[in-house]
Design a protein. Structure first.
Length: 194
């Protein structure tokens, strides 16, 4: 029986991004947890700011279709968001908006996989407000099944060790719990486990 395929990516492409570090750690951990992680970067899917007139004139850009195909082929998706001014980064919101415009008869990028959320911030809340906005966009806006569990990394500038792991045991446990739930629910939803 195959392992669940879990796509993970960060809502930031900044060099040294804490969210990208958490996404990479999640992929590394999932490889040891009976899952097939696929680590993506939104830098590989450049898209213009969503504009309905642009869509009408030129259609959905190819990178949006490519990202949509990655999500639709996954059993689960783990998105890690940074927090910009108490909200979602525009890069992440724009990517989700464009992907939602892709018409396809092969799988559903939002209603197929199970979703889970991670967040990071140099502040004390660990990106909580951005995570709540992402949850609203995914669950209410796009109809995704989003797990209640989420991993938040506060003080992200000092949270990672030299090997890319989390220094604090509480953060480690929280991440492990989210990933375990995501793998289990992805496997159950897609019939990989009875």
């Amino acid at each position: 029986m195959r392992a669940p395929k879990i796509v993970t990516f960060a809502g930031s492409i900044r060099t040294g991004s804490y969210s990208a570090s958490l996404a990479a750690l999640a992929a590394r951990d999932m490889a040891l947890m009976n899952a097939e992680p696929v680590l993506l970067s939104l830098a590989d899917y450049p898209m213009p700011i969503y504009d309905g007139d642009l869509e009408a004139a030129e259609g959905v850009p190819a990178p949006a279709r490519q990202l949509r195909d990655q999500l639709a082929s996954a059993d689960g998706v783990f998105i890690v968001t940074p927090e910009y001014n108490a909200g979602l980064p525009p890069l992440l919101k724009n990517a989700l908006d464009w992907v939602s415009r892709v018409k396809s008869t092969e799988g559903d990028a939002f209603k197929g996989p199970v979703y889970a959320i991670g967040s990071s911030s140099p502040g004390a809340l660990g990106g909580y407000r951005a995570a709540m906005m992402l949850r609203q966009t995914l669950a209410l806006g796009l109809g995704c099944l989003v797990l209640a569990e989420q991993a938040m990394v506060p003080g992200a500038g000092q949270a990672f060790d030299d090997q890319g792991g989390l220094k604090e045991e509480r953060s480690q446990r929280q991440l492990r719990a989210v990933l375990t739930a995501l793998i289990d629910q992805s496997a159950l939803r897609t019939g990989l486990r009875a």
